[in-house]
Design a binder for this molecule. Structure first.
Ligand SMILES: [Zn+2]
Length: 152
């Protein structure tokens, strides 16, 4: 059973536009710059099954983008409760996926490339960050140079 849901995304192309998509959308078009956006590759800043909540989240995100107080790539986490029921995303072994990706790349990758590959394997962006942080902390991987990670 699919419950209709909404998510808030931001366009990484023009870096000036936040918009609401319906959950399950694969590709959408930026209403500002007309870029085709693959939802899977985008960070979902907020999601809700209540359109009103999604609209107010979108408004806040839009304000943050326009304020440009932060680099687009590191827009801080919105202070919203993610009310997606956890049953929608069965937990896979995301850490194993990330380690396997590194192994298949001879043990080292640019973090952004690893992130994209992880997203392709259904590891969401927030989870990716947390796992990578954990791996760096436990010493399973290290960062030989800024922006890269390598298996120990
Ligand atoms: Zn755009």
């Amino acid at each position: 059973m699919m419950i209709q849901k909404y998510a808030v995304i931001a366009c990484p192309k023009c870096r000036a536009h936040a918009q609401i998509i319906e959950y399950g959308t694969v590709i959408t078009k930026c209403q500002n710059c007309s870029a085709a956006l693959k939802i899977k590759k985008l960070r979902l800043f907020y999601s809700s099954n209540i359109l009103k909540k999604a609209i107010s989240a979108r408004t806040q995100l839009q304000a943050q983008i326009h304020g440009q107080s932060v680099e687009f790539g590191s827009v801080p986490e919105m202070e919203f409760v993610d009310d997606r029921p956890s049953i929608i995303k069965p937990k896979k072994n995301a850490q194993k996926i990330i380690l396997d990706l590194l192994r298949s790349a001879d043990g080292a990758l640019e973090i952004e490339i690893l992130r994209m590959q992880a997203l392709d394997n259904d590891v969401d962006a927030d989870r990716f960050d947390k796992i990578l942080e954990g791996l760096l902390r436990t010493g399973d991987v290290y960062s030989p140079t800024v922006g890269y990670v390598r298996l120990v």
